[in-house]
Design a protein around this ligand. Sequence first.
Ligand code: SF4
Length: 345
Amino acid sequence: MRILMHACCAPCSVYCIDELRKENIEPTIYWYNPNIHPYKEYEARRECLKEYTKKIGLECIIEDEYGLDEFCKNVSNNLNSRCVDYCYPIRMRKTFEYAKEHGYDAVTTTLLYSIYQKHEFIKKLCEDLSKEFGIEFLYRDFRYGFWEGHEKAKEEGLYMQKYCGCIFSEESRYLSPNPPKPVLPDDLEYSSRRVICVKKIENKDDYIELLLDADPSKASINKYLGDSDVYGLQVEENIVSLAVILHIDKNTLELKNLVTKKEYRGKGYAKKLLKSLCGNYKQKYNKMLVGTSENNIPFYVKQGFDKYEKTIKNYFIDNYDEEIWDGDLQCIDMYYYSKKLKEKK
Ligand code: SF4
């Protein structure tokens, strides 16, 4: 499947590309952003995207059109509706046109990543263009990775712009009494930027000691850690909670470990991390399983793992060398529950 992804800039592309690559999709990147102002800013964003895509080995097509005059002529009658009347439509129409002419199967856009863009409008616009051009619109709610993508873009040393792009947004950056408010998916809480974010952990082995707090056997952890994705909730500079997610099949995930550092417990961090991951994964998976001891069933049911699946008798006795106690209760049987994520589209 050939996917054309309209990209507004490199920092917004980072997470979107990573997410599609997790699905084994290699998008072609399409730069078309004619109203970025001033020209030096336009150039800086364009060059940064070119360099980043080259570095990660992705094809990048550049529509090199700096269109300040055209933009001003078209939006001057109603500046307040410039985004929906002109800016989004010209970008996305041009992207669909290019996709049609060059035989792409589907179109998507990094505009779906920013929590400051009009997400629902962009989604509807692309759905309409998809019907008009007869090309699939690959919808993903990339906003779930807003902070993760932002952190990675900084680590990559990408050029980070300070405003949306056009001459009016550049003015608003200094003079507007009403800065844009973030709009998040219903199930994601706003946390001020960089203070709290979810991060994918690559150096998994460095966190074994913390994982042992929730699963007290290195042998048990080693059985799933290598094949799992590990995510951490980062508060300021510290990873405070971890979640280990194993991909069972194309519809099902299993939460293998969820733990918070002792000094950060009781603040809802594990819940926050789990909620964010479920929201993110719901675009691709139908359900998430968790196997737990009796004591923790109420916690997981409250987080939406409310469908009983099965019990494995004597699991904690047969699979661990020593007895495991959770408070006053010995862990004996493993209870499996599942949470329904959204149906895959
Ligand atoms: S504020 Fe951003 S989305 Fe709106 S017109 Fe300007 S560049 Fe486009």
